[in-house]
Each structure stands twice: as C-alpha cells, then as structure tokens.
Design a protein around this ligand. Structure first.
Ligand SMILES: *Cc1c(COP(=O)(O)O)cnc(C)c1O
Length: 433
C-alpha cells in the first residue's frame, strides 16, 4: 500500500516489528516517529491541488509540530509558517522561512511579538480593532496587514474550537470593515483577510462554505472601503480520520469547490487575481507521526489495564478532548481483538488513558520478564509531542525522523532530569533558609 492511500479499516505504519525493535534498541521507548517520505508526498499533493489558484502558500501551523527539522523539510517545499508566539517566529526564521512566508496569527499579542514580526517582515494578522492603534504605537504599521474575521452566528463551529460567537478570536463584520478603512487612512498599502472557524473538521462542504464566506466578504470590503485584498487565508482546521470508519478529505474535491466559489464570486467582482493561503497543521503531518511505547505492566482489577512507558505528558489529546487515537500492537496487526483494555500511562491522574475499554490483541508486558509489546499510537504527528507538559515530574519523550532513504535521525532527544531542573537555581536553594 502506498503511504498516502489510507484506506478505510486500516492504519498505515511504515515499519514492521523487526525494524521497530531495532530502532527501539538504539532509541529506548517511548518516542515519536515521523515518516519523511509520507509527509513530503502529502505536501506535494496539497500543492498540486491548490496550484489552480493565482498564488498559494500553506503557512504550516507551527504549534502542531514545532520541530525545526520538520519545518525545514516544509520550507524546502515552499511552505511558510503560521506562528503565534515569539519562539515560533524564531523557529520559522531559523529554518529559512522568510518575510511574508511567515504569518503571525496571534491573539492578545504582546508588543515585543509584533516587533519581532516586523523585523522578520512577517505578515501580521490582527485579531482586534484595538490592535490597530496598539501596533501603530508599538511596532509601527507595516505596508501589508491582514485581519482575522470572526463570523459569529453566520458560521457553525465544531466541538474543539466551539461556536464562533463564543470564540475570543477575530473581528466581527462591522469592526473589520471599519478596520480596513482606518488602516487605509493610516497609509497601509496592502491588505489581506483571514479566518479560522473550525478544528479537525472532516466535512468538505464546511470548508468550501468558509471560502465562500471570505470571498463574499472580500467583495463587500471592496465595495464599502475601496480596499482590494491581495489574498485570503482560509485558516487551518482540516480534519484527519482518527477513527477507522472516517474518511480523509480529498484535496481535489475541496479545491474544486473553492475554485467554483472563486469563479462565481471573485472573478466577476474584479478581484481576480486573489491569492489563497491556508494555515493547515494537522492534515499536513498528523497521519504521518506515531507515538511508540512499550507495554510495561498489566493490572487486572475491576477493569483490565495495560500500562505504557509513555503517559499523557507525552500526548495530551486523549486526556484533554477524550480524543480517539487508534492503537495497534507491533507484530499483532492481524491478531484477533481478544481482549478489552484501558491503555494507560503512569501519571497520577485518572484521565491518563490513551484508550478506554478498547478491543485489542492480547498484549505482553515487560513486567512478565520479556521485552513487552511495542504499542503504536496512530495519528500523533500533529498536536502530539508539542502539547506535552511536565506535571507530576514526568519527562517528555524524544522525536525520531524516518528519512526517505530508510535511515533514522533523532530530531529531539528525550528530556532529562537536568531539563526538569533547568529553570531552578539549585545553589540558591542550598543557601536558602
Ligand atoms: C491551531 C491553528 C491552526 C492549525 O490548525 P490545524 O487544525 O492543525 O490545521 C491554524 N491557524 C490558527 C490560527 C490556529 O490557531
């Protein structure tokens, strides 16, 4: 099976048990592993689909996987970055993403982040009307400005991001129109429009409707303010099929729908050529990264538990959103699902569960004297390692990259106790009475 044809009822993983055990000998579990070849194939399919537009850039949402090795691969493919903090701006800059390939889509932004964005020549995407004056006063107004639209009741939200009306982000429609007028008065020359209304949304019509909404707004902006937008940014939020019965979004179907709206709305309005931007994170990397852990303990009480050497410090999504992540056991891909387990980590929180009452093959654990099975947690490439934390003194695992030539590069080492203590002055503690 090609890495990119993810069929229903199966989950792709690039390595067999022997190869994975070999890697685990050199890099002890747990670790994240990302598949370069599959990522690049996916990136190229995205670029090909969007090549119908006058210009297209995906600003990869750095928060999804803030690792400079991965970002460098994306930069070489012409992807830019969507940043929302000072360290994310530094990451984008460090991998050679330049100028307007970087977009700062932040909220409640401190002045120094605007200053850094200005220095890098990044596109600043304002989140509120009051930030026009704030930006002017602090970092100064650049030649190009984007603004984030919050459609409020005009658009249904979804489970992760919530309803736009209840979301803290962006300008309402009137404020946005006033914003363009004010910026024009203040001498800003170039303009863009952004929205981000959903997260992990698998409905193609939903994303097409978002594009349509922005195109119609672009026309209204031109009519009411005379401002001619240079590009619209459709944001992120494209979902991936975490569950076996879900289907991946077909890029061509999605782009055909957006193009139809473009032809109907943008072409007759005289706004053509209008650039298209996205801020996709999850769909770019999510299916091509896995958390690999070893089964270390088995506990049989009111329920049967399998404990891994990874915990929610390494991956938050199941605990945070009750998110489903498919689990397979290396070498037991076709074994009967004979057992029902809660698959858990070692954190002292009862939501530290990668799976609840999940049907799985019988799992061997290392406490029984053997190596213990290698457990693969799928679709962990985006919003996985990045969300981890150190609560309970848990040290986060490292990251590996499976290169296109089959070699392995450690792109982040596991944390150590020294990392955990790095923010403390331990000499100060000794002398503290
Ligand atoms: C998180 C985020 C994204 C990326 O979302 P994905 O679901 O990973 O595509 C894009 N833009 C903004 C503003 C975000 O906050």
């Amino acid at each position: 099976m090609s890495s990119c044809e993810l069929k229903m009822n199966q989950k792709y993983f690039p390595l067999d048990k022997t190869a994975l055990e070999e890697i685990a000998r050199q890099y002890p579990t747990p670790f994240y592993i990302y598949d370069e070849k599959a990522i690049l194939e996916n990136v190229r399919r995205i670029k090909t689909a969007f090549s119908v537009f006058p210009s297209y850039i995906n600003h990869f949402a750095v928060k999804a996987l803030p690792n400079p090795y991965i970002l460098k691969l994306l930069a070489a493919e012409g992807f830019g970055a969507d940043c929302s903090s000072y360290p994310e701006l530094l990451l984008a800059d460090m991998v050679g993403m330049k100028g307007e390939n970087i977009m700062l889509t932040s909220n409640e932004t401190p002045a120094h982040e605007y200053e850094t964005a200005r220095k890098l020549g990044a596109v600043i995407n304002l989140d509120d009307y009051t930030h026009i004056e704030f930006l002017e006063r602090t970092a100064g107004l650049p030649e190009l400005i984007s603004m984030r639209y919050n459609p409020g009741p005009l658009k249904e939200g979804n489970a992760i991001i919530g309803k736009p009306e209840e979301a803290k982000y962006g300008f309402p429609r009137d404020g946005l129109i006033q914003g363009y007028s004010l910026l024009k008065e203040k001498g800003v020359k170039r303009f863009a429009l952004h929205t981000m209304v959903a997260s992990n949304e698998l409905s193609v019509p939903y994303h097409i409707e978002t594009a349509r909404l922005l195109f119609e707004l672009a026309v209204e902006i031109k009519e009411k303010t005379g401002v001619r937008l240079e590009f619209v940014n459709l944001g992120g939020g494209v979902g991936i099929p975490y569950k076996l019965d879900q289907e991946a979004i077909d890029y061509k179907t999605l782009v055909d729908g957006i193009q139809k709206a473009y032809n109907e709305i943008i072409k007759p309005s005289g706004l053509d050529p209008l650039g298209i931007r996205t801020e996709w994170g999850r769909v770019v990397i999510g299916p091509y990264g896995w958390l690999v852990a070893r089964a270390v303990h088995k506990k049989e009480i009111y329920r049967n538990y399998i404990a891994l050497d990874a915990c929610m410090a390494d991956m938050m999504r199941p605990a945070l959103y009750s998110a489903y992540h498919h689990i397979t056991v290396a070498g037991k891909e076709n074994a009967p699902l004979a057992e029902t387990y809660d698959v858990v980590g070692s954190l002292c929180e009862n939501n530290d569960k990668f799976a609840v009452q999940r049907k799985l093959p019988k799992i061997e654990v290392s406490a029984d004297g053997g190596a213990g099975d290698l457990v693969i947690i799928h679709d962990a490439g985006a919003h996985g390692r990045a969300m981890g934390f150190n609560y309970n003194g848990k040290l986060r695992c490292g990251e590996l990259l499976l290169r296109t030539d089959g070699s392995i590069v450690q792109i982040r080492r596991p944390e150590t106790v020294d990392d955990y203590f790095a923010t403390l002055d331990l000499t100060g503690v000794k002398n503290f009475n």
